[in-house]
Design a protein around this ligand. Structure first.
Ligand code: KIV
Ligand code: ZN
Length: 391
């Protein structure tokens, strides 16, 4: 039986990049985009072209670079934004204009100062304009989870009528709960999509720590695109973490019988690359990619894992691309080996930096038998300079 597919829409370069400490230069965005393709994401949201010259250039460069992924550019439901996005996407092999407007009464009254009728008209015009300018159009109803459900369905209906093939139901402020969100997705599916070929997308923020749980609940209810970021970076508490969502689907395939294109063995490399670019890493106990995610400290756990890893491991480190070093790095390793390993992970350092890192590495190797890539990344993040950046 062929499994239904979940499209992975990565917004590390847009929603992720717009959060504090996460800005990236053009060459770094291109490097990330290459790695995201390697990871197998279906859609890369590369920026918000009207927002800045830098975002415009990033969307243009990523469009020229990527051959497999669809490249998305964000824009408001405003003609100027849409033309700018289309211009930036010109070189893309597969392009998507992603247009959004807020739909909750609180956003309409205090932010947009518009009536529902005005927002409906803007949506109609935006999707109609975008339709002729890119391969696909996605429409997002910002703050969907705090919007009146009748109005939400009405506006999605307009977007679909005008040719949007993906409708996104963002939990913009991370407010919803899993059962509530799955109910909303079912309503949109029944009242808007029916038997039309339209994909329901979800985009969850993590203000209550529920972004991944909400995304999973939405998929069970019929969503077939999940918007997420590497390491869960994004506005405020971040977006749904790509690695957590994907591994939940892999590990719990019994309950989540869906396919996706992600090569999970590229997860750790992608996470490390992002860490090497932005100003902070992930917390040690972060699921999937944290330094302690596969560490077993308690004696009873160590005994269990040694007898059979399945006692305490629901997935292997190797399945997400965390390899024990082939060239064993230990306290007798030289700076060259260490520098080379860091370069493989995407880090380059000056002479002074490597001297400091090497001292820290030897101190750790004195205490710890196996040095993993996670340890190397932790050494970088624990330096006083790194903490200064992260502050
Ligand atoms: O959180 C949000 O609502 C967004 C939209 C632009 C999709 O990022
Ligand atoms: Zn968002």
């Amino acid at each position: 039986m062929t499994q239904e597919k979940i499209r992975i829409f990565d917004t590390t370069l847009r929603d992720g990049e717009q959060s504090p400490g996460c800005s990236m230069h053009l060459d770094e965005k291109i490097k990330m985009a290459r790695q995201l393709e390697q990871l197998g994401v279906d859609i890369i949201e590369a920026g918000f072209p009207i927002a800045s010259e830098g975002d415009f250039n990033a969307v243009r460069a990523v469009s020229a670079e990527c051959q497999n992924a669809t490249i998305a550019a964000l824009c408001r439901t405003v003609e100027g934004d849409i033309y700018r996005a289309a211009e930036a996407l010109k070189g893309a092999k597969h392009s998507r204009i992603h247009t959004f407007v807020a739909t909750s009464d609180i956003h309409l009254e205090y932010k947009l100062k518009k009536t529902r009728a005005e927002v409906l008209a803007m949506t109609r015009n935006a999707v109609r304009t975008a339709k002729g300018l890119a391969d696909e159009v996605e429409f997002s109803a910002e703050d969907a989870t705090r919007s009146d459900v009748d109005f939400l369905c009405e506006i999605f209906g307009v977007a679909v009528e005008e040719g949007a093939t993906t409708i996104n139901v963002p939990d913009t402020v991370g407010y919803t709960l899993p059962t509530e969100y799955s109910g909303l997705i079912r309503t949109v599916k029944e009242r808007v999509v029916g038997d039309r070929d339209v994909t329901i997308s979800v985009h969850c923020h993590n203000d209550l720590g529920l972004a991944v749980a909400n995304s999973l609940a939405a998929v069970e209810a019929g969503a077939r695109q999940v918007e997420c970021t590497i390491n869960g970076i994004g506005e405020r508490a971040g977006n749904a973490s790509l690695e957590e969502f994907v591994m939940a689907c892999v590990v719990r395939a019994d309950r989540m019988p869906f396919a996706n294109n992600i090569d999970t063995t590229e997860i750790y490399r992608t996470s490390s690359l992002l860490t090497s670019i932005i100003s902070f890493g992930v917390q040690p106990n972060k699921a999937i990619v944290g330094r302690n995610a596969f560490a077993h400290e308690a004696g009873i756990h160590q005994h269990g894992v040694l007898s059979n890893p399945l006692c305490y491991e629901i997935m292997t480190p190797e399945s997400v691309g965390i390899m024990k070093n082939d060239i064993v790095l230990g306290k007798h390793s030289g700076r060259h080996a260490l520098t080379a390993r860091y370069e493989e992970l995407g880090f380059t350092f000056g002479q002074d930096e490597i001297a400091d890192i090497y001292t820290r590495f030897v101190a750790l190797a004195d205490k710890k038998k196996n040095i993993y890539e996670q340890d190397l990344i932790a050494i970088v993040n624990e330096r006083p300079q790194a903490q200064l950046y992260a502050a």
